[in-house]
Design a protein around this ligand. Structure first.
Ligand SMILES: NC(=O)c1ccc[n+]([C@@H]2O[C@H](COP(=O)([O-])OP(=O)(O)OC[C@H]3O[C@@H](n4cnc5c(N)ncnc54)[C@H](OP(=O)(O)O)[C@@H]3O)[C@@H](O)[C@H]2O)c1
Length: 286
């Protein structure tokens, strides 16, 4: 089964759901996890220099037996070391990953490049022009960070990967407005937070009600995670998630086969999520 894609503002396409090698796999050997994800239907792998496991992401790709052209690989720029540029850092990543080009290269954290963001973005553009990456984008950028690089950009970012779930949805409206203006795809990490990082919140009964309705409509099991992932898929959001379990990985990929939420259900998720504000990755990425 092929994974649906989202169109990027540079003409490329990105599989709408990615398997992340941060959080649970941060600084860990990701070989088996990446292989498990690919074997069970993922085609997009989300890595980062900061995760310190790019070699094992590459090893997982090799172990899967898939050809490079069947996969979409993302990595992210870490804080620059003395003498390093976005380009030399990417060249190091490519060696570790064992590939000639990534599909997407993101600036991971704007705070790590204070006073240098414009120059770093020009270097990101050079990486795309020289074919080291097909697309470029950012992560954890707030409107002011986006506006700063857009002042000098000849290529706008294709993606901004941010913490996104219903309990931060309301607070994200200003950055999402900038995304819409420039055709930037909103990408989510921490999307399943309401299920286990904020269990007991006002969304619990709403998710259960929608899950039961979708399950009855489909005539097959639908999970809580699929409700949240479907909400994001319908909004054109690129979901970055992860799991250690084959069954859950299949469930994530199967989200595309779950019936659509009604506009009333979409509104209910957003209105209920807006009743509380809970951010889980705030301290490091603010
Ligand atoms: N750009 C950034 O700054 C940034 C920051 C954070 C993360 N990320 C990226 O996003 C990826 C995913 O991050 P995330 O962990 O925040 O994703 P998430 O989709 O919010 O959560 C995935 C985790 O949820 C668990 N899970 C799923 N359904 C569950 C349920 N019903 N009950 C309990 N636990 C459940 C899974 O555990 P099981 O193993 O038990 O399935 C898995 O560890 C990372 O790997 C990384 O690539 C990027």
């Amino acid at each position: 089964m092929s994974v649906p894609t989202l169109p990027l503002n540079d003409g490329n396409h990105v599989p709408w759901i990615a398997f992340g090698t941060g959080t649970a796999l941060y600084q860990q050997d990701a070989t088996q996890a990446v292989r498990l994800a690919i074997d069970n239907g993922f085609t997009h792998l989300d890595g980062a220099q900061m995760y310190n496991n790019e070699e094992t992401l590459g090893a997982g790709v090799v172990a899967s037996g898939k050809s490079r052209s069947e996969l979409f690989i993302t990595t992210k720029l870490a804080k620059l070391q003395t003498g390093e540029t976005a380009k030399t850092a990417l060249q190091t990543s490519l060696k570790k990953l064992g590939i000639a080009q990534v599909d997407l290269y993101l600036i991971h954290v704007p705070r790590q490049h204070e006073g240098q963001l414009k120059q770093v973005w020009k270097d990101m553009e050079a990486c795309k022009k020289e074919g080291l990456t097909k697309s470029i984008g950012v992560s954890n950028f707030q409107p002011a960070h986006l506006e700063e690089i857009l002042e000098v950009a000849t290529i706008p970012p294709a993606v901004n990967q941010i913490e996104l779930h219903p309990y931060v949805w309301k607070s994200l409206q200003p950055v999402i407005a900038v995304h819409k203006e420039h055709g930037i795809i909103t990408s989510s990490f921490g999307g399943l937070s309401p299920l286990f990082r904020a269990k007991g919140g006002p969304l619990d009964p709403v998710i259960e009600q929608i899950r039961a309705r979708l399950e009855a409509t489909r005539g097959k099991p639908v999970s809580d995670g699929q409700v949240l992932n479907k909400w994001m898929q319908q909004k054109g959001i690129l979901v970055v998630t992860t799991s250690s379990k084959a069954e859950r990985i299949r469930e994530y990929v199967d989200t595309s086969n779950v019936p659509e939420l009604t506009s009333e259900e979409v509104d209910l998720i957003e209105e209920t999520g807006s009743q509380v504000h809970k951010k889980f990755f705030v301290s490091f990425f603010a």
